[in-house]
Design a protein around this ligand. Structure first.
Ligand code: UD1
Ligand code: MG
Length: 424
């Protein structure tokens, strides 16, 4: 294999746009896929390419978006959102002195794979192309820019859906938005773009026609799997992309030895960790960064929210909600319970219908349940409270203060019934 000529790489991520078609107050690039803003997936791609420079172009509600931009990525502000060409110009202004390849990525295109971009960049450098487009062949081209080819099958332009005639609308090769440019040619020709289109915007895509007329080398690489190229502009596209990301997450867990009884109803967010031989039953929602040990049983109908961790051999059964809670090994929470801001030890049994009342209307409070405790069905623990080691609460108890170790309590509010011996 001949060695591919590499040139230094800079990436510009376009993320200034509003959420017009999403009909949302939240900037589009912050809409989550499996619990993580779509922009996060694009930023992962950028770091996997190890570019020498990276710039994110922000605009709409930039104060919200910039919190997600890592330190190595510069921020450029697009003052008026007048189109993708103008956004690229704002990005280029932060690349003074850079010479080499500029890769344009769109913040609303989060499903792309690193290998696809590598292939695009290798082709671009190897053949010394002036602009290489990532295109996709799709049966549903509606909404995308169409790739226009001349009689020699060379790319000579892109026409946006809104400006396309009936014949062009039939074209099934679309612009994914991803392009690799020689920086000097991009910079010199960007200024020539005019807003002569229905939306009166400066379209980056018009640069392809300009390059072609100047006989610059324009080429395309087709993405194998068009699903990767999916842009997200509407809530319906967001839902489709979400289920694709969910499939990838679930597939990975199954490969790692986790049983998902029904992967279609296992809603597991990005960043979750699950140990081997754990079984996730249907209709379970597991939020971002939750940690689950080995050999646990979760669900059906469980909701494990942020800040929750289960050690090994835990059961978090039917109709359970947990938030900001740590559950020790071999502990059972089997039936309809709510645990919030709780730290539960090992070998604890939490009876059906147990509730930690963690919120007093103003503040949240913690509950601590030590090892080997037995919580009777329908116990309410009004936090803050600590239940000592090996203590027992009777059915229907309302705990309002700390319970000493090895103590049996009953009633409303809880009163001490007896002390337990070492063996119960
Ligand atoms: C764009 C392409 C279209 C392509 C599709 C792929 C243009 C003109 N059209 O259309 O050919 O098929 O993506 O998904 O480029 N943005 C800014 N500033 C702006 C406008 C947009 O930063 O002034 C950003 C947006 O945040 C977004 C990206 O650029 O991340 C693309 O903009 P969007 O409005 O979604 O373009 P599409 O209509 O999807
Ligand atoms: Mg888009």
């Amino acid at each position: 294999m001949p060695k591919i000529k590499k040139s230094p790489l800079a990436v510009i991520i376009l993320a200034a746009g509003k959420s017009t078609r999403m009909k949302s107050e939240l900037p589009k690039v912050l809409h989550p896929l499996c619990g993580r803003p779509m922009l996060g997936y694009v930023l992962d791609l950028v770091s996997s390419l190890k570019p020498s420079r990276a710039v994110a172009v922000l605009g709409y509600k930039q104060e919200l978006v910039r919190k997600f931009i890592p330190a190595g990525v510069k921020i450029a502000i697009q003052k008026k959102l007048v189109g993708t060409a103008d956004a690229v110009a704002a990005g280029l202004a932060k690349l003074k002195g850079f010479k080499g390849t500029v890769l344009i990525l769109y913040g609303d295109n989060p499903l792309l794979k690193k290998e696809t971009l590598k292939k695009l960049l290798d082709y671009h450098c190897e053949n010394s192309v002036d602009v290489t487009l990532l295109t996709a062949q799709t049966e549903k081209p509606a909404g995308y820019g169409r790739i226009i080819r001349d009689q020699y099958f060379s790319i000579c332009g892109i026409t946006e859906e809104k400006d396309a005639d009936e014949v062009q609308k039939e074209i099934k090769e679309i612009n994914t938005g991803i392009m690799a440019f020689k920086k000097d040619k991009l910079e010199a020709n960007l200024k020539l773009i005019r807003p002569n289109n229905r939306k009166k915007e400066y379209y980056l895509t018009d640069i392809i026609g300009i390059f072609s007329k100047k006989k610059y080398l324009v080429d395309g690489v087709k993405v194998k799997d068009p699903a990767q190229a999916q842009g997200i502009n509407t809530r319906s596209e967001l839902a489709k992309a979400n289920s694709l990301v969910q499939k990838t997450i679930n597939e990975k867990f199954m490969q790692e030895g986790v049983t998902l009884v029904d992967p279609a109803t296992a809603f597991i967010n990005f960043g979750t960790k699950i140990g081997k031989d754990t079984v996730i039953y249907p209709f379970t929602v597991i939020e971002r960064d939750v940690k689950i040990g080995k050999r646990c049983f979760v669900g059906p109908f469980a909701h494990l929210r942020e800040g929750t961790s289960l050690k090994d051999d835990v059961t978090a059964g039917n109709f359970i909600e947990m938030v900001r809670s740590r559950i020790g090994s071999k502990t059972f929470v089997k039936h309809f319970s709510y645990l919030g801001d709780s730290s539960v030890g090992s070998s604890v049994n939490i009876g059906a219908g147990t509730v930690t009342a963690n919120f007093d209307g103003k503040n949240k409070h913690n509950t601590v349940i030590e090892n080997n405790v037995n919580i009777g069905s329908d116990t309410v623990i009004v936090a803050p409270a600590r239940i000592g080691k090996s203590a027992v609460t009777g059915a229907g108890t309302v705990v309002t203060k700390n319970i000493p170790v090895r103590t049996v309590v009953v009633g409303v509010p809880a009163r001490i019934l007896r002390k337990r011996g070492e063996n119960g």
